[in-house]
Design a protein around this ligand. Structure first.
Ligand code: 16G
Ligand code: MG
Length: 548
């Protein structure tokens, strides 16, 4: 493409998607995310960048997802998906940020500079898959994405409303057809097909009950489960709530993030004691389980709990296959409950790696194992299997003795049921249901595997959240200077105390996490550490108070 044809980049910007705000915006933990009305020019420019990325990757398909996940309705966002269905390579985040922030007048020249810098061959074809969540602002932003792609002569393909993981899956399949068919239907066939297949091998037993309630967060995940529900036989009886009708608002007092953060059940669900409920987030890439007990208290089964359930069962199947040369590991973040880490290392005897918050960090670390199970406590996670694992298990499924074949065939179903590209609420839901069924367990038995330490998360608003720096997978604070000392001192007063602070990557706040032997102590510790952040890192607004 000769440089003169970059003129159209400016023309589209000027006429259709002008930059109307001077607020600096950054490609954060999960792309750009802010008020939807500040995003149109950003999404248009990401359409341009997706084309360049596709060309740098030799014309392989790139994904663009329009979503603000668990944020409330007025927000929106955009993130790019790399050819293997993974998050955008980190070194491009800075390029994305630069392109998003230049003025319209400088857009053409900056685009030209980036083309040179990344060495994009503009004569190559470029392909971009575009998906969006259910927000009313999403179609407009998706249209801006399409314009960005067209402006640089790429080929956009719109998937309409899909979960974030469905789009990741389709991108991966488009670039690697051994993984599956790059359509929403192809996704259902693979994941739900594997679930049906495993359920033919493991009949309902023990205390497992096929009824599952789901809180859809009034987002896209529930809608897709409603499609799936109609194709299920008696393997699973899905009862869906918060599907977006009846005035229910996206993520408002419902959904996985609400349930995990507030430690409260969502509104909109008709609760029955001891009935297991799965709660999804707004774009369907997170899931947590919970139930209400006979005292009407909520018992949460979060990402840590799902990770241990899956890892425990996979380990059992590997043993059944008689393989010892495949290394399984679990990846967590500092938010993982201390009790879960202890259970994994001491009872399951599986090694644990702790990394910084954000899916890309977990995913990357998980790839270093033959079987890498990764989960954030907030319910985002999946399992990745190496080629060696897949070929070994396939071989045993054919050639092993009867017992080995049985375990290997179950494991093959689990592998097919897994969306390995990214954490996926729908895929995780079927995995959890498969394992609970295989074990014949109800929620209380699942809960009994270990006991969570009580914990609390709080937010503190400060002048500049980047004044907080951390190290050691965010478990240690290096700036402001005296803060870590103060945290250590506060923590030392509490039995089983642990606390850390970090600047949020998605909101303009500092997050505080604390756990301790009792809920009261966890609440107190979190509040005391919040005060320390407020005092030492330039708190604004009211100083946090410590509960009596
Ligand atoms: C984003 C991340 C999630 C992380 C969260 C932390 C992805 C796809 N999502 O939602 O993994 O837990 O940010 O948010 O990477 P925070 O930085 O505001 O605590
Ligand atoms: Mg999400």
């Amino acid at each position: 493409m000769p440089p003169s044809s970059l003129r159209v980049v400016y023309a589209f910007a000027r006429e259709m998607h002008p930059k109307t705000s001077d607020v600096f915006i950054q490609y954060g933990t999960a792309g750009f995310r802010t008020k939807a009305n500040l995003l149109e020019h950003v999404v248009y420019r990401m359409g341009l960048l997706a084309v360049l990325r596709s060309r740098v990757k030799n014309g392989r398909t790139i994904g663009m997802m329009i979503t603000a996940s668990h944020n409330l309705e007025p927000d929106n966002g955009v993130k790019l998906i790399d050819p293997d269905g993974e998050m955008l390579e980190q070194s491009w985040e800075e390029i994305a940020t630069r392109l998003a922030n230049v003025s319209d007048n400088d857009l053409e020249s900056t685009t030209g500079e980036i083309i040179k810098e990344v060495n994009a061959d503009m004569s190559l074809k470029a392909s971009v898959f575009i998906g969006m969540d259910t927000r009313y602002t999403s179609p407009r932003l998706a249209a801006a994405a399409v314009h960005g792609v067209i402006a640089l002569k790429g080929t956009p393909k719109e998937f309409g409303i899909v979960t974030t993981p469905i789009l990741h899956y389709c991108v991966k399949c488009r670039n690697d057809n051994t993984y599956g068919t790059p359509t929403e239907e192809g996704y259902y066939e693979k994941i739900v097909g594997a679930f049906k297949s495993i359920r033919q091998k493991i009949p309902v037993a023990g205390n497992y009950n096929t009824r599952l309630y789901v809180d859809g967060a009034n987002g896209v995940g529930g809608k897709k489960l409603n499609i799936i529900r109609k194709t299920l036989g008696d393997e699973l009886d899905l009862v869906l709530f918060n599907l977006g009708g009846n005035g229910g608002k996206l993520n408002l007092n419902c959904g996985a993030d609400f349930v995990k953060m507030s430690q409260k059940p969502p509104v909109g669900v008709e609760h029955v004691p001891f009935q297991r409920v799965a709660s999804l987030d707004g774009d369907g890439d997170r899931i947590v389980y919970y139930y209400l007990d006979d005292k009407n208290e909520m018992q949460l089964l979060d990402g840590d709990r799902i990770a241990t359930l899956l890892a425990g069962y996979i380990a059992e199947l590997l043993k059944g296959c008689d393989v010892t040369h495949l290394r399984m590991g679990l990846v967590q973040t500092a938010y993982a409950n201390g009790a879960s880490t202890q259970y994994i290392t001491q009872d399951l005897k599986v090694p644990v790696t702790c990394v910084k918050t954000g899916v890309k960090h977990l995913h990357h670390a998980a790839l270093s194992y033959d079987i890498g199970v990764y989960f954030e406590a907030n319910g985002h996670g999946t399992v990745v299997y190496s080629d060696l694992t897949k070929s070994t298990v396939s071989r045993i499924a054919q050639e092993g003795d009867a017992e080995q074949r049985k375990s290997a065939q179950l494991l093959l179903d689990l592998i097919d049921m897994t969306n390995e590209t990214v954490g996926d609420a729908i895929s995780d839901l079927f995995l959890v249901e498969s394992v609970l069924c295989a074990r014949g367990h109800d929620v209380t038995q699942w809960m009994q595997t270990y006991r969570d330490l009580p914990c609390r998360q709080l937010k503190v608003t400060v002048e500049n959240r980047n004044a907080i720096s951390t190290t050691d997978a965010e478990r240690n604070c290096t700036a402001p200077e005296s803060l870590q000392c103060k945290i250590d001192e506060l923590v030392s007063k509490y039995e089983s105390g642990r606390s850390f602070v970090r600047p949020s990557g998605t909101e303009d706040i500092v997050r505080v996490y604390a756990e301790a032997d009792t809920q009261q102590n966890a609440d107190r510790l979190a509040a005391e550490v919040s005060q320390a952040v407020y005092d030492l890192a330039g708190g604004v607004g009211d100083r946090p108070t410590v509960p009596a």
